[in-house]
Design a protein around this ligand. Structure first.
Ligand code: NAD
Ligand code: DAU
Length: 331
């Protein structure tokens, strides 16, 4: 199969490209704008005869049209992905997440191309800490931030193009990913690289907010499963039963890195900060037979810490600017 992967130089997209090239015979074309979050080095060392890199924007309709004409299926990761940035400057989120997805849908419609749209559990808003419920495919949309509202909008565009124009699309909504190649603006890599640099980790508010962690490689295997076996028009939730509050994750990072568990600072909370996300992935598991491989979060975190220790040249160029941005927000 010839695959087009949008956003393949970002965190989860690059993990997916590594996964596909290791587990299939597919050829992959990556389309990526190389925003501050894209990094060509995340694709280094992959077999050159099976990977083509195209530097470009998913809102560039002629380019997108040309690339859709050359592939059998498209997996769409490209997006502005960081909540804190969306609170500071929402505009790029509207362009890439809404107009970008629209541009791909129109190309899929013209070419009859199979499309898998990558989305997030944040489209469902948040759950209370004492609520035993988890998100399912039937949970109503209720996004909180500019980021999650543009992702919700992009999901609804995909659903409308499936129904109105018979575009052959599927959607997945996944929980918080961790693993190698994640930008240092995000929670786990920010704290790991802070400790490496001798900066105290930063916890928003009281840190009781819960995220449902999944290793990026498990996200990749789930997406490949949906691409191969998913029913057109369906949505699948992806999660690995990894609920943890932020305070416990920061304490784990500190102890795994040989520091005192309380050697962190409480900083200004995120406005509108979602309390808890939790995924019920029963549909994906029962209908398509998917299972996560990384079931031990502590072991996955230790491997991630090790990756950031060994790959300082990959993350160092972004570290100072990221911390300067946070310092201006009191975070
Ligand atoms: P990321 O910010 O690390 O990477 C995004 C990539 O998209 C970058 O390489 C960037 O250059 C590229 N990009 C952005 N705008 C573009 C445009 N207009 N044209 C072409 N390329 C563009 O993001 P990520 O964390 O890897 O997230 C990837 C996808 O997965 C997003 O759609 C996000 O909503 C979704 N998602 C993320 C998580 C998570 O925990 N990070 C969880 C669930 C879903
Ligand atoms: O749930 C899926 C989503 O997970 C994806 O759609 C997003 O693209 C991805 O960025 C992530 O969103 P979050 O906002 O949950 O991730 P982030 O890494 O920004 O923050 C995780 C939690 O940690 C959140 O509750 C805020 C908190 N936090 C974050 C940072 C950067 C801190 O306490 N301190 C920090 O320094």
């Amino acid at each position: 199969m010839r695959l087009l992967v949008t956003g393949g130089a970002g965190f989860i997209g690059s993990n997916f490209v590594h996964h596909v090239l290791a587990h299939t015979d597919d050829h992959v074309t990556v389309l990526d704008k190389l925003t501050y979050a894209g990094n060509r080095a995340s694709l280094a060392g992959l077999p050159e005869d099976r990977l083509t890199f195209v530097h470009g924007d998913i809102t560039d309709a002629p380019l997108v049209d040309e690339l859709f004409g050359q592939v059998d299926a498209v997996v769409h990761y490209a997006a502005e992905s960081h909540n804190d940035n969306s609170l500071h400057d929402p505009r790029p989120f509207l362009d890439s997440n809404i107009v970008g997805t629209y541009t791909l849908l129109e190309a899929a419609r013209r070419h009859g191309t199979r499309l898998h749209h990558i989305s997030t559990d944040e489209v469902y808003g948040d759950l209370q800490l004492d609520d035993p419920a988890r998100f399912t495919e039937h949970t109503p949309y209720n996004p909180s931030s500019p980021y999650s509202s543009t992702k919700a909008g992009s999901d609804l565009l995909v659903r409308a193009w499936v129904r109105s124009f018979k575009v052959a699309a599927t959607i997945s909504n996944c929980s918080n990913n961790y693993g190698p190649y994640q930008h240092v603006e995000k929670f786990i890599p920010r704290q790991i690289t802070n400790v490496i640099r001798g900066i105290r980790p930063k916890l928003y508010g009281a840190g009781l907010n819960v995220r449902d962690w999944i290793h990026a490689d498990d996200h990749s295997s789930a997406v490949l499963t949906i691409l191969e076996k998913g029913r057109i028009g369906q949505t699948y939730l992806i999660g690995a039963d990894g609920e943890k509050n932020n305070r416990s994750v920061i304490e784990l990072i500190l102890t795994q890195m040989g520091q005192d568990a309380d050697a962190y600072d409480h900083v200004t909370d995120r406005p509108g900060h979602d309390l808890r996300y939790a995924i019920d992935s029963t549909k994906l598991r029962t209908e398509l037979g998917w299972r996560p491989r990384y079931r031990d979060f502590e072991a996955g975190l230790a491997a991630t810490i090790d990756w950031y220790r060994r790959n300082e040249p990959w993350w160092a160029p972004a570290k100072d600017a990221t911390e300067a941005f946070y310092a201006r927000q009191g975070q």
